[in-house]
Structures are given as structure tokens and as C-alpha cells.
Design a protein. Structure first.
Length: 392
């Protein structure tokens, strides 16, 4: 007769299950959840569990484990922030990102006020109250949306869980506010390339004060689609290239065309990656209509360009996207690793070679591997590192 598992006893030995990796490697997800329901974890244990979970389980399975966990959060805000960031990556949750940001601010206040014990305790109590409130909100969202798990499954199988780009705004005041100087300035602009610089300057200034009426007016009157003469870039593309984050955000939120490309077939993500505009890249990769693997007229992706120019933060953001092709080939059959190696970008080379699915010895059209193109460039540190990784 099959004996029943005593989950309560197993929970009492949670330290041993964690230290021997049995909790994740030996037990099924369902059993792991039952064990955790009988245990109370500290922060270090929770950090270990969810760090290991993301190596083995899907986001759906990790969410089940997350629901089962009972934890003594303690007062170590740095560890709480670490745990929230791990959970954000596991579950790809925007809400957890906001919670992590809140804790980061609390941590700064905590450090600044550390000599005031009474005030510090009050802050910690408020922190726990916020944490409790946000946790309740998360669970309420899950309970209220009966289709959440179905949507999450489709997301895991098909594409990123990204915000839907709103349709073009249909409302604009029939009589624009005469006091709105930006709308008034836009009204006298010509809808052609001759006035591109003028329109862009007006929209940039308007975006700095979040003047939504001016942005909507430009979109509804096609002024946002005017292209510059030299590169054939719209306002959205030029803002992505120039690093004008507020303008990129307002144009996107109010329905401008974000699928546009310039005369080199480069989209906004290409341009922001080339210019190392990190905040814009982080914003763009969360948009449904932005193609992470889009190619330009040389078949180069945003990852090719970021790798070539040594933009490490952007390379890391791109490589964390679910659908990214880290071994994409350009017209010369070169991968991002070829580009980084040839340019001597040691940090990029180190990061790319650490990725699970990276190809270390792909051949370009000349029959050369990344190690061989770096040899031609005489970048000794990159050459030595690639050799240590077994590249040929």
C-alpha cells in the first residue's frame, strides 16, 4: 500500500531540502507547493527557491509556487528588493516591477534616516503596509480576471506579454485652445518635409510639458508622419534616434505609427540601439508592434548594432526578450558575436558567450568564426577570452 507523503515533516526539514537541491530537483511542482504551504521561509530561502525555479519551471508553474509561499519578510529591504526583481523576471510582471521600484525608493530613505530609530520604525511599518496592500492588489487582479491563466499560457507559447498600442485618438477639440501655443504653431506648419525640423522642434517642446493636445493634433493631421529629407524618418523615428524619451512615449500612447522604417529599413529599435538610448530601448521592447528581430537593408538586427557599438545595457535588454534571435545572420552571415568580436567589444563578447543558446563557432560567408575575425582585428583580450571558451 502506497504511503502518503508527510508534507508537514518535510516542511520542518526545509533547510536540508534547500541545501541538497531536493526541493526543486526531486519533487514535482505540486508536491513542492504542498511542502511550502507547511513551511515559513526567510528571505534567503525564498531568493534561492525562485532563483532555481526560473532555471527549471515555466512562469505558470512559478506562479503556483509563489502562491504557496509563506514568508517572514524581515527588515532587510535590499533582500526584499532582490526577491521582487527575481519574481519580476520569473513572472514577467509589470506590477512587480513597480513594487520593486517602490522598495528601491524606500531603501534610500531607510539609509538616509538610519540614525532616527523611531522614524525608521514608522517607515518600516509603512513599508509593510504598502507591501501588504500591493500584495492584496496582485491577488485581487488574479481573482477578478478568470481568463488570466489562459492569457498567460497563450503569451508563453506565442509572444511577449506587452501593452496593446492604443488606436489613434479620435478626439481633438474642434476649436483648439487659443492659449495652447503649440497647437497654434502646428496649425501653420506645412505637412511636408520642408517643415520637418519646425514640426519636430514644436513637438519636442510640447512633450517636455506633456502637452497631449499638441501631440494628438499632430497625429490626427498627419504632421507626425512628415519625414525628413536626408533619412526619411518620421517624428517617432527621429525621437527614438535622438533620445527624446518623452516624445517617443507620447507619440506611442496617442496612436502614431510605430512600425515605420527609414530609408535604410531601420525601425525605431534599430536607431535607439545604435545611439545607446537605453530608456527608449527598454520602452520599445514592451510594445506589441515592435519587431525585436527586424532587419535593415544589410539584414542587421538591433542586436547586431548594439553588439558592434558595445552598448552592453542594450544588448542585455534585447537578449532578455523572449523572441530574440541571438544568432541572427546579416547579409554576410555574421552573428552579433561576430560583430562584437571584430570590434573588440570584450564586455559584449563575455555576455553573449554566457548565453545558453549562443553559437560559439558560426561561419560567415568568408568561412570565418568570431574567433577568426577577432584575430584579423588583433584584439588580444577578446582573442584570449574566446580561446578560453573553446572557440576556434
Amino acid at each position: 500500500m502506497k504511503s502518503e507523503v508527510d508534507f508537514n515533516t518535510l516542511a520542518k526539514g526545509i533547510d536540508k531540502l534547500i541545501s541538497t537541491n531536493k526541493l526543486i530537483d526531486f519533487y514535482k511542482v505540486e508536491d513542492t507547493c504542498k511542502i511550502l504551504e507547511h513551511a515559513e521561509l526567510n528571505l534567503d530561502q525564498a531568493i534561492w527557491i525562485f532563483t532555481e525555479c526560473q532555471k527549471k519551471y515555466t512562469a505558470k508553474q512559478i506562479f503556483l509556487i509563489f502562491q504557496a509561499v509563506k514568508m517572514d519578510s524581515g527588515e532587510n529591504i535590499d533582500k526584499i528588493n532582490t526577491l521582487l526583481n527575481i519574481l519580476r523576471k520569473c513572472l514577467n510582471s509589470g506590477m512587480l516591477k513597480y513594487i520593486a521600484t517602490a522598495f528601491e525608493h524606500i531603501s534610500k530613505v531607510y539609509e538616509y534616516q538610519k540614525n532616527d530609530i523611531a522614524h525608521l520604525k514608522a517607515q518600516l511599518a509603512e513599508k509593510e503596509k504598502i507591501n501588504s496592500s500591493l500584495t492584496v492588489q496582485i491577488h485581487n487582479v488574479v481573482e477578478d480576471n478568470s481568463n488570466l491563466m489562459e492569457s498567460l499560457s497563450k503569451y508563453l507559447d506565442a509572444s511577449k506579454n506587452v501593452p496593446k498600442i492604443p488606436k489613434k485618438m479620435e478626439y481633438i477639440p474642434k476649436q483648439p485652445d487659443p492659449e495652447n501655443k503649440y497647437v497654434k504653431l502646428l496649425q501653420v506648419c506645412k505637412c511636408n518635409s520642408d517643415d520637418f525640423e519646425k514640426i519636430y522642434s514644436i513637438l519636442k517642446d510640447a512633450s517636455q510639458i506633456n502637452d497631449v493636445d499638441a501631440i494628438r493634433f499632430a497625429i490626427l493631421n498627419n504632421l507626425s508622419e512628415v519625414k525628413d529629407i536626408e533619412y526619411q524618418r518620421t517624428m517617432f523615428l527621429m525621437a527614438s534616434n535622438n533620445g527624446d524619451f518623452n516624445l517617443v512615449k507620447l507619440l506611442t500612447e496617442n496612436g502614431c505609427d510605430i512600425k515605420v522604417i527609414d530609408k535604410y529599413n531601420r525601425n525605431a529599435l534599430h536607431l535607439a540601439s545604435i545611439k545607446n538610448n537605453v530608456n527608449i530601448v527598454a520602452f520599445l521592447v514592451n510594445l506589441r508592434d515592435i519587431n525585436i528581430n527586424a532587419i535593415d537593408n544589410k539584414f542587421e538586427t538591433s542586436l547586431h548594432w548594439a553588439s558592434l557599438y558595445g552598448n552592453l545595457s542594450i544588448v542585455q535588454i534585447l537578449c532578455q526578450c523572449r523572441d530574440i534571435d541571438i544568432n541572427a545572420l546579416d547579409k554576410d552571415d555574421e552573428t552579433p558575436l561576430h560583430k562584437a568580436s571584430y570590434a573588440g567589444q570584450i564586455q559584449i563578447v563575455q555576455y553573449l558567450t554566457s548565453l545558453k543558446d549562443i553559437k560559439l563557432n558560426p561561419l560567415n560567408k568568408q568561412g570565418k568564426t568570431p574567433y577568426q575575425v577577432v584575430t584579423a582585428g588583433k584584439k588580444d583580450d577578446v582573442k584570449a577570452f574566446l580561446k578560453s571558451k573553446g572557440c576556434q
